[in-house]
Structure formats: structure tokens, C-alpha cells
Design a protein around this ligand. Structure first.
Ligand SMILES: [Zn+2]
Ligand SMILES: [Zn+2]
Length: 208
């Protein structure tokens, strides 16, 4: 004799139901169902929500796309000017925060390292005259937060591509990104990176 679990509806033996207060085994052990995909999740997260890690990331991406208005999901939807402006603005803000926190410390070299493809990463790095090195992208989450709409848009695009399309997308990035990043870099140079640069300070843009 089988009866439905009172939580998830799975048909279970009456004896199991009796032993578990009406629940199937997984439900009795505290399992639930993902709020995104509806499939079984064995444990609730810290805030008591049943959601798969991947589903949580997908939901987060959708929220970011909605709030930022950057919802590109195909390569031809990329607004390269918006991407360029967004990276420039985010990187400038990051340098401004570094400048504020390091007033009066002269800087010997500045490196802007980037990777566009598998998301969007920018790392503004600098060496101070006293030899100290700073990767400002690790310093606080603000740059990451500022770039997140672009990062999740590029990630979303990449997730939707088959193998041939992936190759085409890599070619597209190779043809557009270096030029775009040079534009970002010259924008940064025009404002001296917002930093107190020592004379002869080396300024480098590089892909990683
Ligand atoms: Zn159940
Ligand atoms: Zn799920």
C-alpha cells in the first residue's frame, strides 16, 4: 500500500509515511525543493532557502541584468561603447578609492591587467615608491560590484554558445577587446589614473 508524501507528493510505503510523520525519507531528513528549478535539494542554505548553488548563481545573474539594464545574452547584443564606458568608469572609481586611501604616497608604476572572456576581470595594480605593491581589485569588492553587470552578461553569452559559436566569439573578442581596452587605458591616462604618479612612472596595459 503506497501513499503520497505530504510534503512532496512522492509515492511512498505506508510504513515509511507512518514512521516519518507522513513524509518520505528525503523530506523527513530536512530536504526540500529548489525554488528555481523545482528539483530536490538536500539541505537548506544559511538563510533557510532550498536552492542549488548553480540555480542561485543563475538567479543572481538575472537580478543583476534586471537592475543594471545590461541583459545581453548573444554576442551581437553586446554594446561595445557601453562596455568600454562601464569598464573605464569602474576602473576610475577604483583608482580614486586607492588615491584617497594612499594620499601623499608617490606611485612608481601602474599596471592595468584585464581579461575579457569567461566574464570580465580588471585588475588595477600599482607599486608605490617605498616598494609596496597593491592589486586594488583585491582590496575591496567595489570594483567587482561595479563590473558585475558586464561580467555576468559576458558569462551569460558564453553559456549560450555551442562549440562553433564559442570559437567565433573568441575571434570576436580578439578583434574588439584590445582596441577597446586601449581606449579605456587612454581614458585613464588622461586623468593620470587619479593618482599621485611619480615622474617617469611606468604605465602598462596587459591582458592576463
Ligand atoms: Zn517527500
Ligand atoms: Zn535548482
Amino acid at each position: 500500500m503506497r501513499v503520497p508524501c505530504t510534503k512532496c507528493g512522492t509515492e511512498i510505503l505506508e510504513a515509511t509515511a507512518k514512521a516519518n510523520g507522513g513524509f518520505c525519507g528525503p523530506c523527513a531528513r530536512g530536504g526540500g525543493f529548489c525554488v528555481v528549478c523545482g528539483k530536490r535539494v538536500w539541505e537548506a542554505n544559511k538563510v533557510g532557502e532550498y536552492i542549488h548553488m548553480n540555480c542561485a548563481m543563475k538567479r543572481r545573474d538575472e537580478e543583476v541584468a534586471t537592475t543594471s539594464g545590461i541583459s545581453w545574452s548573444r554576442p551581437n547584443e553586446i554594446d561595445w561603447d557601453a562596455l568600454c564606458d562601464g569598464i573605464l568608469a569602474a576602473t576610475l572609481r577604483c583608482f580614486a578609492r586607492v588615491a584617497e586611501a594612499n594620499e601623499g604616497r608617490a606611485i612608481k608604476d601602474v599596471v592595468v591587467a584585464y581579461r575579457i572572456g569567461e566574464g570580465v576581470r580588471v585588475e588595477p595594480c600599482m607599486t608605490f615608491f617605498d616598494g609596496a605593491y597593491l592589486n586594488a581589485s583585491l582590496d575591496d569588492d567595489s570594483l567587482f560590484d561595479d563590473l558585475e553587470p558586464f561580467d555576468s552578461a559576458i558569462t551569460r553569452i558564453e553559456e549560450n554558445l555551442d562549440d562553433d559559436q564559442s570559437e567565433e566569439f573568441i575571434e570576436l573578442l580578439e578583434s574588439r577587446v584590445p582596441k577597446m581596452m586601449e581606449q579605456v587605458f587612454s581614458g585613464l591616462e588622461r586623468s593620470s589614473f587619479g593618482l599621485d604618479l611619480a615622474e617617469g612612472c611606468a604605465k602598462t596595459l596587459k591582458e592576463f
